[in-house]
Design a protein around this ligand. Sequence first.
Ligand code: CP
Ligand code: NVA
Length: 306
Amino acid sequence: MALRHFLSLLDLSPAELQTVIDRAIEMKAEHYARRDQQQFPGHVLGMIFDKASTRTRVSFEAGMAQLGGHAMFLAPTDTQLGRGEPVEDSARVISSMVDIVMIRTFGHDIIERFAAHSSVPVINALTDSFHPCQLLADIQTWQEHRGSIAGKVVTWVGDGNNMCQSYINAARQFDFELRVACPPGFEPDAELVAANASRVSVGNDPHAAAKGADLVVTDVWASMGQESEQDERAEQFTGFQVNRELMDLAAPDALYMHCLPAHRGEEISAELMDAPDTVIWQEAENRLHAQKALMEFLLLAHQSDA
Ligand code: CP
Ligand code: NVA
């Protein structure tokens, strides 16, 4: 079988995604019991970050250590990539020395070009277009609390950004209905929406979209790289806050999620962020478990390929 990457949720089949999430739940229990299996001694994860991160860096680095391997943090300020060495050349060289690579960058084409020239699996740790690792953690969190997400109604409130677009792919792969509510002009990619029209609808009314929803999800109004638009967006996104009033329209046992970092009082109220029963902190922690399961899946697939 060809080398496997995880550049979007579509790179794994629905059955494979479910296997990874089930395994993440199993690995979480093993970790809590201090029975991490350290199944990849001597393996190295290269971590290329062109953008800031807390959760992604900590979860991948801790996760690789718990798998018995080592993780190497590569920032553009310290590598030749940051000085203009071509992505393709960097991919050849880096992948000749490590066992698996994760990349957080801007354009999705950068990670596609890297993967095309890599001899080891490449994981998308966020691009301007997609953030599939976060979706593994979100679906794991849903499953831990509510079981299968198939057939449920998920509402996205806010920017049609990389997280929103990953939810569109998730609706397809995990078979749920997704209602997106964005301010006019901030909708997700029209082609992606059209390709998933049987499960995804897009509008501009968060109240209508939240009605009866099982899960409500939001994210920052200005993503990394859009910092200069923050103030303007704050005005344009007025009315798109996930708060108690909005959650009162959702199903009585509805959950809400946020990938973090969050801006309390903007896209989500402080009340919801600080509610004792929020699953947001478990959602963040599950990045660790989900990515360990993902790395195990990709490393084993690569080994069996060799
Ligand atoms: N959710 C997420 O990816 O967080 P970081 O930007 O801190 O990695
Ligand atoms: N949409 C956000 C997600 C951060 C994890 C961003 O791209 O900055």
